[in-house]
Design a protein around this ligand. Structure first.
Ligand SMILES: NC(=O)c1ccc[n+]([C@@H]2O[C@H](COP(=O)([O-])OP(=O)(O)OC[C@H]3O[C@@H](n4cnc5c(N)ncnc54)[C@H](OP(=O)(O)O)[C@@H]3O)[C@@H](O)[C@H]2O)c1
Length: 226
């Protein structure tokens, strides 16, 4: 298609709908999207407009993403609080996925911390999810350089759950050396990070999950928790 080709879409034909114009122009990517709240059946793999980074954003080619409770709540629209974040009747942002690891493909003009080609990982804010896609834009403060010895998959598994654990233990819990700490739900995303963070603060950690109970790191799978 060329500028003079009558089949070439013109922006003015789309009445300001940038997404529709991009799709018609072929500037697209694959993404998992949803247009109504519900079970996983509402998720669809679709061809959508490839995002363009704003001045303070990086465009990341997604190599790995991970699923968190946040994705589940925002897909279901429950509890009701999730609808205050993303629309009362239907999702305003039709993409999901907070955690991401990938390679920077383009940067906005004010980005100072990253260059094209950097491997990064990070976590998108709840109202700007979108890592279940081939590309996603993230504010430069939402990502960090990926440690070289971590795979993309390992890096994508960390951010949201580990931040939750860190904020809970360090910031809210004011965890201190020598304390005794009980981690409930220790086998989950937040719990596995919480156990390690609590240990790193020099605390004595007991942990508990649905199917087993552990003390000081010794698993006893025969003792169900009730
Ligand atoms: N992931 C996040 O980024 C995030 C962020 C903010 C808040 N949260 C909240 O934090 C909580 C944990 O999230 P998560 O992502 O870690 O979930 P998860 O990966 O599903 O882990 C859930 C944990 O809870 C345990 N569990 C389930 N039912 C239990 C019961 N009846 N008694 C004792 N333990 C039980 C599970 O044990 P088994 O493995 O033995 O079943 C597992 O260890 C959720 O309430 C979530 O909404 C999560």
């Amino acid at each position: 298609m060329t500028q003079n080709d009558p089949k070439t879409p013109r922006a003015d034909q789309f009445q300001g709908d940038r997404e529709a114009f991009q799709v018609a122009s072929g500037n697209t990517m694959k993404a998992t999207v949803y247009t109504q709240y519900g079970s996983p059946d509402v998720l669809q793999l679709k061809e959508v407009a490839k995002p363009t980074p704003q001045d303070n954003e990086v465009l990341v080619q997604v190599h790995a993403a991970s699923v968190n409770a946040a994705d589940w709540h925002l897909m279901r629209g429950t509890p009701f609080l999730a609808r205050l974040v993303n629309g009362l009747q239907k999702p305003k942002n039709t993409k999901l996925g907070a955690d991401v690891a990938g390679r920077v493909e383009a940067i906005g003009r004010n980005v100072t911390q990253f260059q094209v080609g950097d491997d990064v990982f990070g976590c998108l804010p709840l109202h700007e999810l979108g890592s279940f896609a081939e590309y996603v834009c993230a504010h430069e403060d939402a990502v960090a350089l990926k440690p070289a010895k971590m795979t993309f998959e390992q890096a994508a598994a960390v951010p949201l759950a580990a931040f939750t654990a860190l904020q809970g233990l360090r910031d809210k819990g004011q965890i201190q050396l020598g304390q005794k700490v009980l981690i409930n739900g220790a086998s989950g995303g937040v719990g596995t990070a919480a156990v390690q963070i609590a240990k790193s603060f020099g605390t004595e950690v007991d942990f508990r999950m649905q199917h087993a109970e552990c003390r000081h790191g010794a698993l006893d799978w025969r003792r169900p928790c009730h």
